[in-house]
Design a protein around this ligand. Sequence first.
Ligand code: HEC
Ligand code: HEC
Ligand code: HEC
Length: 426
Amino acid sequence: MSAHAQHSWSAAVMAALVAASGAAAAQGLEFTQIQRGRYISKAADCISCHTVKGGKPYAGGYPVETPFGTIYSANITPDLETGIGKWSKDDFYRAMHEGIRRDGKHIYPACPYPAFTKMTREDVDALKDYLDTLEPVRAQRPPNALIWPLGWRSLLAGWNALFFHKGEYMPVDGKSEVWNRGAYLVQGAGHCAACHTPRNALGAAQDDKALQGGDAGESWYAPSLTGHPRDGLGGWSIQDIVDYLKTGANDDTASAGPMTEVVMNSTQHLSDADLTAIATYLKDIPAQQIDESQPRDVPGTVMDRGKALYVDQCMGCHMADGKGQKNTFPPLAGSAPIQAAKPQTLIQVVLGGDRMANPPLRPTGLGMPAFDWKLSDQDVADVLTYIRNAWGNQAAAVDPGQVGDVRKALKEYGPRYQRLITQSSH
Ligand code: HEC
Ligand code: HEC
Ligand code: HEC
């Protein structure tokens, strides 16, 4: 058995898949290989970016917004002309491993090949076998709209030389098999860093700040996944993390926005063993340094104004003590995302409202109502400053300018921000 095979596939998952596929498994190895590829496609959430809402799965054309313009995802169905039907396994591995297309041109890192490069050849081959079973769809994507001169793909050679570290995941000595499996999934297929790691001015993940919190496009903030007790997962148990990734909620919080998509399209489909591996790895990341010396002088008048708004508008669901109601309205007191370094996600949820994840394991129809029509930028800033500093919470005040920026982004991208949320069919 190669070193890769040991961590890239757990026997338990394999057994579960074989059992789940029932009689079909009797047809032999080939079917299992496709099941395996399908599982990897879930772990990597290829469908979220490669499908437009209402469109055919994996036919591409979804606009990925970057600070440098819009990049439309490619058609990765096996269509011979417009998809990747002519690509060999080597071609496909080169795309995932090096970010280079079949025609030799560079792929924009809007497709997270800087993470996919960590996937093993076996996993990538299985993924291709699965993609080859999809219905071929003839679909051309719209041309990208990038700021000059980034339309030239050849410039990406320079970007790669500076920021891209090619290479499959190497198990870390002295760490358990479970930890290594978790690291493989988080750093590789799961591409968690694409949202949870801060980026530099050229859009590259800052590896020295891995998973310390980053921007998740279109004005969402993906909070720190390190061990910090407030701005991080320090207060979460392994089971809390597993519950969250499996169902989109736990006793501390409920997922919102892009993370709800990740849960629905990806992590809810992972085995408990793999989710435990992810949680084990995350729980081992040391807390980031936060400058606690800055006085958080939130004026009493702001807290009073925020509290009055809270009592009027929010208390009915989130309760006076901020503890919410079990399994229905998430708590705000002591909650990590409420105290995140940047408030963009909270502003999004208050302005635009949000639906909870609705997986078969934890069906709820509950949502947070939109307040954009009711509350001014100042109101939203004050009520959020209040919930970020009431009940023992502690976080930077929210500025009305930040609320204004998100309000603008919501108007601009809101109607386009319509990704597919799958149940389980693909
Ligand atoms: C965060 C969004 C995102 C995710 C997740 C994602 N992709 Fe992409 N992908 C893109 C975008 C955007 C492009 C177009 C990039 C370009 O024009 O260079 C692309 C391009 C590609 C291409 C190049 C195809 C071509 O003809 O140019 C392949 C192959 C590909 N993706 C496969 C995958 C697979 C397989 C997965 C899952 C393992 C995946 N992608 C996950 C956004 C994504
Ligand atoms: C497309 C962007 C995106 C990707 C990819 C992503 N996340 Fe998230 N994640 C978010 C956002 C945004 C939030 C904040 C949600 C909220 O506050 O309700 C979040 C929240 C979380 C939380 C809760 C943290 C907290 O303090 O509330 C956990 C745990 C988490 N993500 C784990 C992961 C893992 C593990 C992966 C990779 C398998 C991942 N995420 C991939 C965007 C993303
Ligand atoms: C009708 C009930 C209801 C009211 C009223 C309400 N909320 Fe919510 N709130 C929810 C639900 C349900 C969620 C979970 C939504 C989700 O996960 O998508 C939520 C989520 C949130 C979140 C995101 C939590 C996270 O972990 O990311 C914040 C912040 C929030 N509410 C603040 C407020 C504020 C501030 C007000 C008053 C201006 C308010 N809510 C009023 C039901 C409500």
